[in-house]
Design a protein around this ligand. Structure first.
Ligand code: F6P
Length: 349
């Protein structure tokens, strides 16, 4: 049998570990693997290459993807679907393993109705894919956010400043929430809950009154202030799946807080740094398990599914179910975090 592997959407640390596991498992079971470059574009333009054990040697600890990725939406390209199916047939690819977020897996699901035999692997630092506890890359990214906040903590304390850190997270605030709690943020703003900028200003003033002269705020790029209907975007462009390229809410929050409180305020966008760096042990293990399970899933006919981590178990979830809605932060979880942040403001140095 011949397996094809592609990576689509924004990259995340751990993809290479998954690719390595797919190649080594498939070869061990007597099969061949073809790498597809640049996500779905690679199948449209026939950009493929043979993947063997040599190519995946030494990539376990590397971020990025040796296959390269793109945000290509085949349904926006003339005859996109037909060209993909033609390349799969030409290269005699029996099974496809797409590694990506909801957009990439959504394309695999549409193609399943046209005969594609695929088992997907969830990867996105946003961790917003439903029906799995963890997507590849999320753990590495929250660790990066935590370390960034640790660094900002030291300088914010030394200068008695407010520092706003903008993190990724278009529709889901997991990165801001978990990275923010781990990095000791005093306020966390997420896309799921509209924030009131006056309340945030008052919260920062209260923190000062209690004797703490600095504060850290983690804001997800997709967070929205009350009364606003559009997420902040400096570029204003959309990708091929119709998502606006976000960025800039952190600067806005910092400026509003400076105006409202008079305290010295700075902002920093963590941006694509969150996508880099060597994957954590958790991500390497998760990606390896996903890779092995995806190959086994293909060989046992679990098509039109994605591998998923539920508790400690690997399971196969129908793509139709996983793609119904995003995995977002629930309000109970967010309120518990908010309670802790407000209460812990007493913890002054
Ligand atoms: O795909 C997830 C994500 O990391 C989002 O959080 C972010 O909005 C987006 O990617 C940025 O994508 P790009 O690299 O295309 O600018």
């Amino acid at each position: 049998m011949i397996f094809g592997v592609l990576t689509g959407g924004g990259d995340s640390p751990g993809i290479n570990a998954a690719t390595r596991a797919i190649v080594l498992t498939a070869i061990d079971k007597g099969h061949k693997v073809i790498g597809i470059r640049d996500g779905w574009m690679g199948l449209i333009k026939n950009r493929t290459f043979k993947l063997d054990a040599r190519q995946v040697s030494g990539i376990l600890d590397e971020s990025g993807t040796i296959l390269c990725t793109s945000r290509t939406n085949p349904y926006k390209i003339k005859d996109g679907q037909e060209r993909i199916l033609a390349t799969l047939a030409k290269k005699k690819i029996d099974f496809l393993i797409p590694i990506g977020g909801d957009d990439t897996l959504g394309v695999a699901h549409k193609l399943a109705a046209h005969g594609l035999k695929a088992v997907g692997i969830p990867q996105t630092i946003d961790n917003d894919i439903a029906e799995t506890d963890y997507s590849i890359g999320f753990d590495s990214a929250i660790n990066f956010v935590m370390q960034a906040l640790d660094r900002l903590h030291a300088t914010a304390h030394s200068h008695s400043r407010i520092i706003v850190a903008e993190v990724m997270g278009r529709d889901a605030g997991w990165l801001a929430l978990l990275g923010g709690v781990a990095g000791g943020a005093d306020a966390i703003l997420i896309p799921e809950v509209r924030f009131n900028i006056d309340d945030i200003g008052n919260q920062i003033r209260d923190i000062h009154k209690k004797g703490k002269r600095f504060a850290l705020i983690a804001v997800a790029e997709g967070a929205l202030p009350e009364g606003s209907i559009e997420q902040v975007s400096k570029i204003g462009e959309k990708d091929e799946f119709g998502h606006v390229i976000l960025g800039g809410i952190g600067d806005w929050v910092a400026e509003e807080i400076r105006k409202k409180t008079g305290y010295e305020t700075r902002s920093v966008i963590l941006g694509h740094l969150q996508r880099g760096g060597s994957p954590t042990a958790f991500d390497r293990d998760l990606a390896t398990r996903y890779g092995v399970s995806a190959v086994k899933g293909c060989l046992s006919g679990k098509f039109d599914t994605m591998v998923s981590l539920k508790g400690h178990k690997m399971v196969y979830v129908p793509l139709e179910k996983a793609l119904r809605k995003n995995r977002v932060v629930d309000l109970k979880r967010f309120s518990e975090t908010e309670y802790f942040m407000k209460m812990s403001a007493r913890d002054v140095r």
